[in-house]
Design a protein around this ligand. Structure first.
Ligand code: BGC
Length: 445
């Protein structure tokens, strides 16, 4: 593998880093903030992986943290707004302290000359709205619209880059089908309405951004995975196709006017039970860009469960491959495949890799973290991104996940993804070797 240099990338290629509100902010029930589904989920006695009540205390460390991003020579700082910090009850009265906080974050970015990219929804639904059914309730369209209207009118003169949703399949699949993430709901009867309302909000949110923000550049992000069948048997190939449709096509294709991928998953036609007149048009929106977020590869096989999908994954831990410390296969080449796949959609304009990263059990020793494995990962990832560019993919930027080790959802603080190490007791941050490497890499542009 040749040694990739930052100079090899186009001049206007954007380099950034992504964080999210729940995973970083802390101050979960103070400064006027309402509870989100993640506050509830992680503070239940049955949840054993800690909580994000303090997280990395970004609420009080935002200035130094944004400076840390700038110090890495990055162009973009992507963060999300916590809906319940702005609208503690989801709708209705506004929390002025919350509104001020995001002004401060945005102003700090502007002062430090690092561009703010704002995600409107990174999984932390206000609990009051979940009490009314959350994403399964079609009224979410009004609730979400009210929130997006407010944010875009409030910050739209300073922020031009907007992302409507972070990885819909992750929060709908894990939160409303598997019950592994907040709000812990399960089954097809939760999944299908939640998914359809999410698809609608994705497009409606896009339209609101475009209406309210002059010169807006609006996108939305998708999780994706390379999916391979366990062997060449037709039934396993079909199983892989279904998982691919679910993970990689489900939310982008309706936005592009192609509808849900019922060609591969016929049972998915049931989702039409939740359609109202005009929904097919309402689901479409011509995003200026899409965000691709890639972490791991999946090997699929045919199975009698779960319903609709009739396919399961063979865990990477049983396949004798390299894994990260969440047990997912590390496969940087998959990014190339994903960039090719998404670039092939005619109506996809620009693509940004809005998240990419790897978690290890990093150890702090003499204030140093020697994460050679992460450097290797970054090198390979950049190599395949460059290869994608050479093959005319539409990729325009790379944002690393993430700045500092943070609260990794159902994994708690054990999965460290940061370019900086967080000591969760003292809240001190230490730059990792990978952070230093990236800093140097980007200094030679
Ligand atoms: C999410 C992040 C998460 C990361 C690593 C992405 O799916 O957007 O919030 O921390 O993956 O698991």
């Amino acid at each position: 593998m040749t040694n990739v240099k930052a100079k090899n990338f186009p001049k206007d290629f954007k380099w950034g880093v992504t964080i999210s509100a729940y995973q970083n902010e802390g101050k979960w029930n103070t400064y006027g903030k309402g509870k989100s589904i993640w506050d509830t989920f992680t503070n239940e006695p049955g949840f054993k992986k800690g909580n994000g009540n303090v997280a990395t205390n970004f609420y009080h460390h935002y200035k130094e943290d944004i400076k840390r991003a700038k110090d890495l020579n990055l162009d973009v700082f992507r963060f999300s707004i916590s809906w319940a910090r702005i609208l503690p009850k989801g709708t209705g009265s506004i929390n002025p302290k919350g509104v001020r906080f995001y002004h401060d974050v945005i102003n700090t970015c502007i002062e430090l000359d690092i561009e703010p990219w704002v995600t409107l929804y990174h999984w932390d639904l206000p609990q009051t709205l979940e009490n009314k059914g959350g994403w399964t309730n079609r009224n979410i369209i009004d609730w979400f619209s009210e929130y997006v209207e407010f944010c875009t009118k409030e910050y739209g003169n300073k922020v031009k880059k907007w992302i409507v949703l972070n990885e819909p399949m992750s929060f709908v699949g894990l939160g409303y089908f598997m019950g592994m993430h907040a709000p812990g709901k399960k089954g097809i009867l939760n999944f299908l309405p939640a998914a359809h309302h999410t698809t609608l909000c994705q497009a409606i949110g896009g339209r609101i951004v475009r209406k309210n923000v002059e010169n807006a550049f609006v996108g939305t992000t998708f999780s994706c995975s390379v999916v391979k069948p366990v062997n060449r048997l037709v039934k396993h190939k079909r199983a892989a196709e279904r998982i691919d449709a679910l993970l990689n096509r489900f939310f982008i294709e309706p936005a592009l006017g192609l509808g849900y991928p019922t060609d591969s998953i016929p049972g998915l036609k049931q989702i039409e039970n939740y359609f109202k007149e005009g929904d097919k048009e309402l689901m479409q929106f011509d995003f200026d860009f899409i965000g691709v977020q890639y972490y791991f590869k999946i090997v699929a096989k045919h199975s009698l469960l779960p319903p609709l999908l009739f396919a399961t994954e063979i865990p990477a831990t049983k396949r004798n491959v390299k894994t990260n410390n969440m047990g997912m296969e590390i496969y940087p080449k998959g990014l190339l495949k994903m960039l090719e796949k998404f670039s092939a959609y005619e109506n996809v304009k620009d693509i940004y890799i809005t998240e990419s990263g790897v978690c290890f059990d990093d150890k702090l020793k003499d204030e140093k973290i020697k994460d050679k494995n992460r450097i290797k990962y970054l090198k390979k990832t950049f190599y395949y991104t460059l290869m994608a560019l050479e093959k005319n993919s539409k990729v325009k930027g790379y944002f690393a996940w993430t700045l500092v080790d943070n609260f990794e959802w159902a994994e708690g603080i054990s999965a460290r993804f940061g370019l900086y190490y967080t000591d969760f007791v003292t809240q001190k941050r230490f730059i990792k070797k990978s952070g230093l490497w990236l800093q140097k890499f980007l200094s030679k542009r």
